[in-house]
Design a protein around this ligand. Sequence first.
Ligand SMILES: [Mg+2]
Length: 303
Amino acid sequence: VNELALIDRIRRRIPAARRSGITVGIGDDCAVFRPSGAKEDLLFTTDMVIEDVHFRRATHPPSAVGHRVLARGLSDIAAMGGEPRFCLLSLALAPWVDRKWLDAFYRGLLRLAARTECMLAGGDIARAGKVTCDIVVCGSVPRGRAILRSGAREGDGIYVSGALGGSALGLEKGRGAAWKHHLRPEPRLALGRFVRERLRATSAMDLSDGLSIDLHRLCLASGVSAVLERDPPAFRGASLEHALHGGEDYELLFTVKRRTIVPEHWLDFPLTRIGAIRKGSPGRVELHGRTLDPLGWDHFRAH
Ligand SMILES: [Mg+2]
């Protein structure tokens, strides 16, 4: 089953519900909820992390698993330019899980939660054949200011933060700087706010599944196409293939108006212009005069 097609099928079956307070539903990094009369909109995102799908007991330290569970959700909050508020974690434990594993898992999760002021506010614990973590993260953003995927327009510049392909390379090598990057991705929360407040980004999303498929999704949501003017910046040792299609880097992909001046660095983060938004077949991404297939993470998993 194709994930994009499945999401579309679900979305088409949902009736409009004005009373829900939802201003942005399925299809962006977060759902946006507008409490009546409030100065802020609330952002909600949910993610699953499953043993032998997203991590392996033999290779991933439990504290890194806990870190990554929360980092994925925080990265979606960053993608909207928001600030984290709280999270809810439901956890199914496999028979092999002992107290030591569980303590380290929560240590990894709660350290990141404390550092980003994202309080663990509740959840559920159950048993299952494999460890399954299901997290909901709530964030906030000034009313009407969430950066959406759907705002990119012809002529906008396309930018990425950092270097890409490190997580995919790390998974292959299982050691070194790339492996560390894979184990402990850092959600770009401060950068997301900078991109919203100072650069007035027209659209944004986080790179969770790979540049080729994520840029394709952004273009689909905005009804535009994209031309890549250069190869994306690659993590040290990563190939162009890693940088174009590797997932789980959790860098930010964003667009700004043509005249917006974007610094080459913000704090520690390189910000690199990789292309421009064009009119044309919605979702199409072009590189070196050819269509770039939206392969993304599944492409690597299949290998
Ligand atoms: Mg996302």
